[in-house]
Ligand binder design. Sequence first.
Ligand SMILES: [Zn+2]
Ligand SMILES: [Zn+2]
Length: 378
Amino acid sequence: MSFVRKLKSQLETPREERPFGSGWLSGTLALLAGVTGFLMVILRWYPETFSYPEIAFVQESGLATVVLRFVLLAGYALALLSLILSRRKTLGWTALLVSVVASLMATTQPPVGQAPQSLYFGLDYFIINVLIVGFLFVPLERFFPARSEQTVFRQEWQEDMFYYLISSMLVQVLGFLTLAPANFVNATADLDAVRAFIVGMPFWLQVIVIMLATDFVQYWVHRAFHTFPILWRFHAIHHSTKKMDWLAGARMHFVEIAVLRGLTAVPMFTLGFQPEAIQAYLLIVYFYSSFIHANIGWRFGFVERFLVTPRFHHWHHGSDRDAIDINYASHFPIYDWLFGTHHLPDKEWPENYGVVGDTVPRGYWRQFLYPFRSDRQG
Ligand SMILES: [Zn+2]
Ligand SMILES: [Zn+2]
C-alpha cells in the first residue's frame, strides 16, 4: 500500500474503530496543525503573492509569529501523543514530519531573487475560514450528531474542501460580480424615501431587516433554481452531496454563487443600511450557512417555526418523495409557510440525501462542466 493510501485509510478510519484514546483524534489534529504551520510559513515567505490585503495587519503585528509557534508546538505534541497511542503510525509520523519541515523553514529566510507577484490568491483567507469554521463545527458535530455513524472525513470530503478553497480564493472576483446588479439598481432607481426610513432604524433592527429582505430574494431565486430546468442543472450540484455536514454547503456551482450573491446583494446595498449592519449580517450568514448544513442534531422546539435549523435545511436536501421542492428559505421558514412550500415532520430527519436518480458526476471539474454538457442526464 502506498504512503498516500495508508494515510488516507488511517484518516478515514470508521468511527467505531477509533474510540477516544486510540490516537486518531490527536493524529488528525496534529496533521491539521502541521499543515497549518507549513502554510503559514509559505505565507510569510511570499506575502505579496498569497496575502489578502484586508487582513495583512495580522501578518505585520507579530501576532502571526506567536500563533505560528503555538501551532507548530501543538503539531509536535499531538503527533507524539498519537504515535504513543495508535497502533497505526502513518498519521503520527506524517504530522511530525510536516511540523519539523515547517519549523526548519520558519527559521530560515525566504528565498531571495524571486519577484513577488501580486495575485492575491486568498490562500490565507481560506486557511482562516477553514480553521475558524472547522474548529467550531467539527467538535459540535462530534458531540451532538444528527447522524452518529457519519465521520468527519466522510465520503467526498476532499471535493467539498476544494469547493471551499475555490470560493475563498475567488472572493475578489466574486466581490466584483456580486456588486454589479446592486450598482445597476443604484444608478437607475430612486430609493431616497426608503433610505431615509431605514437610516432612522436602530442597528439591530437594520440587521433583522437585511436578513428578511435578503432571504425574501434568496427564497425566490432558490425556488427559480428548482423550477426552471436550465437553472436546475447548476443547482443540482449543490444537491448532489449524499452526506450532510458543515462542509457540504460549500458545494455550489460557480454560476449559482455569482447569481445568488449578486441578487441577494441588491436589497443589502441599495436600501441605505449602515455599513456596520451589513457587516454584522455578513458575519451571521458566514456561520449560519455552515450551520444549517451541519450534522448537528440539536432539538430547537418552537424556535424551528421562526428560524431555519439544520433539520429544516436537511429536509430541503432530502431525496425522498415528500422532500422534493420544499423549504427554500435559508433564514426564515415563514416564507415557506406563506408561499406553500413548508415541510417539517415532527422530530424526523430525511432518510436519504442527494439528487433523485443520482445523475451528477463526482469531482469539481466534472461538476463544473456538467450544466453545459449536452449528454447530461436529468
Ligand atoms: Zn435547493
Ligand atoms: Zn443547502
